[in-house]
Design a protein around this ligand. Structure first.
Ligand code: CA
Ligand code: CA
Ligand code: CA
Length: 246
C-alpha cells in the first residue's frame, strides 16, 4: 500500500477521522486554548479627566501579558446599562505580546488631554460613580471590571498592580503625568510593570495539524497492516528506534 496514493490517504483519513478529531478536541479542550480576550489585563482606567472634559478625555488601557498577538476586531464593548459599541473595522486592531493598547473616547490629542489612542470608540461612557467595562466576544469570553463610587478620582487614572485584576489591585496614578497634565500612563507601563503570563499555548488547528502529521508519519513508517494499525509491529518499531538512539 503506497501512502502517496491519494486514494489510500483518503481511506486512512476516513478510517481514523474520529480518532484524529478526538485527539485534537481533547487536547484543545483539556490542555490548551487559543488566545481569548480574558487572557489580557485591563491595565489602566481614566474615567474622570481634569484637564479636559469627560466626553473628550476618557480612556482605558489593556495589556497583553502573553506571547501571542491578539486582535480586538469583532469584540463588543459594553456595560451593565445601555452602553454598547461593536468593534468593527477594516484594521486588524492588534495588540502585540508585552504591549499596551489604549481605547479612547476622542482621537484628537489636541483636545483629549494629550494622548494617542490606538482605537476610538463611541456610545460608551465611563461614569465617575459606579460603572462597568466589559469587553466580550460572541463565544462568551469576556474581560471585565466593575467599580463602585469612590474608585474614580479627578485627574488621576487607576492603574493595575496585580494580574489577579481584583478591584483592590488598582491604585491611583501619582507618578507619571501626560499631555495636558493629568496623571496616568496611556500606552506605557506606568509605575508597575505587569508580569508576563505563561507562554500562550497552541491553538486547536495547530494541534489538529500535528495529529494529522502524526498519522501521516505512522503510515510512512509502514506500521500499517491493511486498513488498521498493527500496534505490535508499531511498538517493535518504536523500541528499535529508541534502542538505536540510546
Ligand atoms: Ca467619566
Ligand atoms: Ca458606562
Ligand atoms: Ca499604562
Amino acid at each position: 500500500m503506497k501512502i502517496s496514493d491519494p486514494r489510500v490517504l483518503t481511506r486512512l483519513l476516513k478510517t481514523y477521522r474520529h480518532s484524529i478529531l478526538s485527539i485534537a478536541l481533547f487536547t484543545s479542550s483539556g490542555l490548551s486554548h487559543a488566545l481569548v480576550i480574558s487572557d489580557l489585563y485591563l491595565s489602566e482606567i481614566m474615567a474622570n479627566p481634569q484637564a479636559v472634559s469627560d466626553s473628550n478625555g476618557e480612556w482605558f488601557e489593556l495589556y497583553n501579558p502573553t506571547a501571542e498577538a491578539f486582535s480586538f476586531n469583532g469584540l463588543i464593548l459594553s456595560d451593565n446599562g445601555s452602553d454598547y459599541h461593536l468593534i468593527d473595522t477594516s484594521d486588524a486592531l492588534t495588540i502585540q505580546p508585552g504591549d499596551y493598547f489604549v481605547f479612547g473616547r476622542n482621537g484628537d490629542s489636541n483636545s483629549n488631554g494629550g494622548y494617542n489612542p490606538d482605537y476610538v470608540y463611541d456610545h460608551f461612557l465611563l461614569a465617575n460613580g459606579d460603572d462597568e467595562i466589559i469587553l466580550s466576544d460572541l463565544l462568551g469570553n469576556s474581560l471585565q471590571i466593575s467599580y463602585e463610587a469612590g474608585f474614580v478620582s479627578s485627574g488621576q487614572s487607576m492603574e493595575l498592580t496585580d494580574p489577579q485584576m481584583l478591584i483592590s489591585d488598582y491604585q491611583l496614578s501619582t507618578v507619571f503625568s501626560y499631555g495636558a497634565g493629568d496623571f496616568g500612563s496611556p500606552g506605557t507601563a506606568g509605575s508597575t510593570q505587569l508580569p508576563a503570563s505563561a507562554v500562550a499555548e497552541p491553538s486547536s488547528i495547530y494541534l489538529l495539524i500535528i495529529a494529522l502529521g502524526g498519522y501521516y508519519l505512522l503510515a510512512r513508517n509502514k506500521a500499517f497492516c491493511g486498513n488498521r494499525i498493527d500496534l505490535n509491529q508499531f511498538g517493535k518499531k518504536l523500541l528499535s528506534t529508541k534502542q538505536l538512539a540510546s
